[in-house]
Each structure stands twice: as structure tokens, then as C-alpha cells.
Write a protein of this length. Structure first.
Length: 572
């Protein structure tokens, strides 16, 4: 799968990035000149071009619905049904009569959403301008052979094609449907209910739309001389319904869950389900898909801001900017600079090195409470040593499942701090702090380019000028004596590790056997670069582990899983 990249000399180079899915297309044409991705064959109808998947209506007859699928235009009539006694005429450009209010079978239909009948999955209702319209459409004609047809899944309306099929483009004088080749102007029967005609490379097929049924799918039967299923004759109407051993009166409605509701109509149970927007469509940048209580469909909401500190120290700000800063003093990492609801400070330790430093302690201040996180995951609250788990009205301190880190969660302000007791630190803040933060982790405004803003508001490009501006405390807070104004290292120590060893140890980040799932969604390059820096002057000989840990955390945060877990040893 590829996307395209145009070089300056006019040639097209195809890079390994995802193309649109070809699943279900059995008229997949090779990529046009100047493009890298294959395309599903579109349709030509009355002189206009339509892409595969398009749907439109006849401007002269709004009840006639047309769809294009893999070079086949399916023409059907929309079947309407009216779930109210006092319906109104169709709105301009629409087919079906409407009902005032947007409730059907006991369920509210939200604007822009569609509810689907559980008795007849092809029957749907939608709300527009406070008016409810309900309709049923016919399924499009499929281009694949019967052996490749996949029956509709539970709750789905139409069958689909399995897999895909690549073909060379035919001339405009020929049409292909499945394995049947026809000539321009030739008419034929696709099945006993569908008539088709070849029209300049596009199959134009007409099939009937079946009426809406109110009996369950398992009761529906299709007579041999009919194209549509029917309900069996009903002996007499009842004044009640029984569902899961519960009796409901005629006209009574009830909820099955957040998405489905039913009502009783003359002894017949009629149920509908809200259809959620395509959950495969990703949320916009800086948003995440979340399930909300008492709501049917997940919703895109602004993501929490996450700042990561690891290694010698490397910083990934709330807005995703990477930089390194080896200051060995005390610094403001993140703080609410508008309402002063919290602040987080870190103390960096040089660990007897000349140019390197690592995070040693973390100090969190929330209101009158002060939480200190020290080496080996020691925790103090207001100066008193505590042991996890520690649960208080204002804050919860727990240990992660792997027992490698402590997690501090503030109920008051909503921040979370993850600390491994050595050098890995992760700070999460809720979206309400957007554009309100300052410190080494940036301002959380979704713009990485302005994260290096000094305490006095100047924009700089040098991480050392930026980092030094956020130093707090006096000279005693620095572990290199008077050298508290840090400068960028000019070279890498050659004492440790041996030549080539650091590349070998850091190479685990590139390993598809370990991080293959991550590589498709998250670049490892900055983590690999950070790893090489960490191994320049590493007192423990295992500093490469810190970049691996940071990359693994970021993968897990994206919902990705590692294929294998790297061993924590000098051999990687």
C-alpha cells in the first residue's frame, strides 16, 4: 500500500503509507498515471462521473435513489413508511412524508443520526429540522461472483463482497458484471429481480425496493414468485406484548440499552437501534474517541495533554515537541500559570558526570498539599513518608500493575503524574488546561512551534536558554556546584560504551519484532536519537532502557501493543 510523493524533477515516487482500503471492490483498477494507489472503478451516468460508493437522487424524482458501486449503478425506488397518524407532506427534494417530533418506537432520533429497525435492518429513520422521515432502500447490485458474497452481519442491511479483484480497464464498449461480459447497449438479467444494461462501460441496473415489514426477520418468508419477503398472516391483534418474560401494554415503550428501544404495537414488538457514525474514522488531531455514560455512540473529545521526561533528560512537551536539556538544577516542569491550581517541579542530578543529568526528584504542589516523589519511588505528603496505596479525599497514590512506577492522581485538579523512581516521568493534564500552562513542558496550546517560550515570554530556539529560564531555587539546588547555567554538550564521551555498542543497544527501537505495531503509527527516530545521547556518558551501562521505556509508554497510550518485551540487560 502506498501514497504518492512528487519529486522536483517531475517523477513520482511511491512511499510505504496506507492507501484507501480495497476490501469489497471486485473492479479494482491499476493506479492512474501520476498516482500510486489503485482505485475502485467508478460509474458514468447521464454524462456525469461518480466515484464508487457515491449515492444520489434523480432531480426529477426524489424517490428514485441511485448508487455507484464498482462500476455498477443501482437504480431503486425509496419505500416510505409513516410512524404517526398525522403526517406532513415531504420536505422539498425529499421523498417521504414526515412526522413532527423526532421519536420512533420510544426512542429519540438525534439530528444527524439514523435509527435502524431491528425487525428490518434496511428500514431507517432520521430527523431533520424537527421532522422525522422513515424509509427503506434496496441493496446495491454486487460485482463479485456468488462465491464471494458475504451475507449481512447481524444488524447490517446489505450483503457485501469479500476480498477484492484487480482488473485492467475495459473499453467503453464493454461492461463486466461478475464474470459476465456484455456489449454496449446490451440488456440482461443480473438475477430474476434485477435488469441491467451496459452503458459505455457502466452497468445500469434496476431492482425493486421491498416494502417495510413489521415482523421479526425469522418470521419473514419469500414466495417463489416474489422478489420481496413477506410476513405471515396475523390471526388477531393483541393488547399486550411479552419480552424476556416481562409484559408490556399496547403503546408502551422500553429501553433495551443505550442504543436500542422497543414499543408494543398491537401485540407486535417493534425495536429500533441508533446507528453510530463510522467508528473507524479517526478523530481529529488532539482528540480521542471516548465512550460516554448513558449515550449510545462514542464521541471525539479533546485529549489530555501528556508531557514525558526520560533519560538524560529528554522532553516531549504537551504539544509533542522534542528537545533535550541536561540542566542539573531545580526547574519548573509544568504549572497552571492562570489560576495557580497546581505546580510541578523537578530536581535534576548530574550523577557524577560532566555533561549529563537525570531527573532525581519530583515535587507536586496542589493547593496546600505538597507531594514529593523521590528515588526508588519513595513518596512523601506534606513532609511525611507514606506507603502506597495511599487514598485521600484530595489525592490517590497507587502502584502500577507491573509495580515499576507510582501513579499520583489528583481528584481536585485532574492531573496525573507517573514516576518510576529513576528517571522516567509522565505528566497528564485534562483538556481544561489548554493554553494555561507554562514550564519545561510547554503551554499546551496544540502548537509545538511556540513551546520554547522563556519565563519572561521570549521565544527562543536554544533549549538551554529556554531550560535555564525555568530554573528555580538557589545554587544549592544544583548538583554541579556553581555551574548552574547549563550549556549544551559539545561532544559525546567515549569512555562508555565501547565503539558501536550504543548503536547496537539502541537498535532495539528499530526492531519490528518488538515495536512493529508501533512503527506504523509512531516514529521511533527521536527516541533512537535520544538513546544514543543517553549512552554517551552512562554511569549504569543500561541508559538505553530509558528511551525504550518512553517509546513503549507512548505506544501503549495510543492503544498499541508490543509484539515482544525487550529484556532489561546489557545484551538488549
Amino acid at each position: 500500500m502506498y501514497s504518492r510523493y512528487l519529486l522536483q524533477n517531475g517523477y513520482v515516487e511511491c512511499l510505504k503509507e496506507p492507501c484507501p482500503s480495497a476490501e469489497g471492490c471486485h473492479m479494482l483498477l491499476e493506479a492512474p498515471k501520476g498516482e500510486c494507489c489503485s482505485r475502485c472503478k467508478g460509474c458514468t451516468y447521464q454524462g456525469k462521473e461518480y466515484e464508487s460508493g457515491a449515492e444520489w437522487r434523480d432531480p426529477d424524482d426524489p424517490c428514485e435513489v441511485l448508487t455507484c458501486k464498482a462500476g455498477v449503478v443501482t437504480v431503486t425506488k425509496e419505500q416510505c413508511y409513516v410512524p404517526c397518524a398525522d403526517s406532513m407532506p415531504p420536505a422539498p427534494g425529499t421523498c417521504c412524508r414526515t412526522c413532527m417530533g423526532c421519536r420512533v418506537n420510544g426512542q429519540t432520533v438525534h439530528p444527524g443520526r439514523v435509527v435502524q429497525s431491528l425487525n428490518d435492518p434496511c428500514s431507517m429513520c432520521q430527523c431533520s429540522n424537527g421532522r422525522l422521515s422513515c424509509y427503506k432502500k434496496a441493496c446495491p447490485v454486487l460485482h463479485c461472483s456468488p462465491s464471494s458474497v458475504q451475507p449481512p452481519k447481524p444488524g447490517e442491511c446489505c450483503p457485501s463482497c469479500k476480498g477484492s479483484r484487480s482488473l485492467m480497464a475495459l473499453s467503453q464498449e464493454k461492461c463486466l458484471l461478475g464474470t459476465f461480459l456484455s456489449s454496449n447497449g446490451q440488456s440482461f438479467m443480473a438475477d430474476r429481480c434485477t435488469t441491467c444494461e451496459c452503458s459505455y462501460g457502466t452497468n445500469i441496473c434496476r431492482r425493486p425496493s421491498c416494502p417495510v415489514l413489521d415482523c421479526p426477520p425469522e418470521e419473514q418468508v419469500t414466495p417463489e414468485d416474489s422478489c420481496c419477503p413477506q410476513c405471515p398472516p396475523r390471526i388477531k391483534s393483541s393488547s399486550h406484548c411479552v419480552s424476556n418474560r416481562v409484559t408490556y401494554k399496547d403503546g408502551e415503550s422500553w429501553q433495551l440499552d443505550n442504543c436500542r428501544s422497543c414499543d408494543c404495537q398491537g401485540g407486535v414488538i417493534k425495536c429500533v437501534a441508533e446507528m453510530c457514525p463510522n467508528s473507524n474514522k479517526p478523530c481529529p488531531p488532539n482528540y480521542k474517541l471516548v465512550d460516554l455514560p448513558d449515550q449510545c455512540c462514542p464521541k471525539c473529545e479533546e485529549s489530555d495533554g501528556v508531557c514525558t521526561v526520560f533519560g538524560d533528560p529528554h522532553y516531549r512537551t504537551f504539544d509533542g515537541k522534542f528537545y533535550s536539556f541536561q540542566g542539573s538544577c531545580k526547574y519548573q516542569l509544568a504549572a497552571d500559570c492562570h489560576n495557580q491550581t497546581f505546580s510541578i517541579r523537578v530536581t535534576n542530578d548530574a550523577r557524577d558526570t560532566k555533561i549529563s543529568s537525570w531527573t532525581k526528584t519530583v515535587s507536586i504542589k496542589i493547593g496546600l498539599m505538597k507531594i514529593n516523589l523521590g528515588e526508588k519511588r519513595r513518596v512523601k505528603i506534606n513532609g511525611e513518608r507514606v506507603f502506597v496505596p495511599e487514598i485521600r479525599p484530595e489525592v490517590i497514590v497507587t502502584e502500577t500493575e507491573d509495580r515499576n512506577s507510582v501513579l499520583v492522581e489528583s481528584k481536585v485538579v485532574g492531573i496525573k503524574v507517573l514516576w518510576d523512581g529513576n528517571s522516567f516521568l509522565e505528566v497528564s493534564v485534562p483538556a481544561k488546561y489548554k493554553s494555561k500552562l507554562c514550564g519545561l513542558c510547554g503551554n499546551f496550546n496544540h502548537l509545538p512551534r511556540d513551546d520554547l517560550r522563556t519565563r519572561d515570554g521570549r521565544m527562543v530556539t536554544d533549549p538551554y536558554k529556554f531550560g535555564n529560564s525555568w530554573r528555580v531555587g538557589g545554587r544549592k539546588a544544583c548538583s554541579r556546584g556553581t555551574n548552574f547555567e547549563s550549556v549544551a554538550p559539545t561532544r559525546c564521551s567515549k569512555i562508555m560504551p565501547k565503539r558501536g555498542q550504543k548503536e547496537r543497544l539502541c537498535r532495539l527501537l528499530k526492531s519490528p519484532q518488538v515495536f512493529g505495531n508501533c512503527h506504523q503509527h509512531l516514529s521511533y527516530h527521536m527516541y533512537y536519537k535520544s538513546c544514543l545521547v543517553d549512552m554517551c556518558e552512562c554511569p549504569s551501562k543500561t541508559c538505553y532502557c530509558e528511551s525504550l521505556t518512553a517509546y513503549a509508554h507512548e505506544c501503549n497510550r495510543l492503544g498499541l501493543t508490543l509484539l515482544t518485551v525487550p529484556r532489561n540487560s546489557n545484551e538488549g
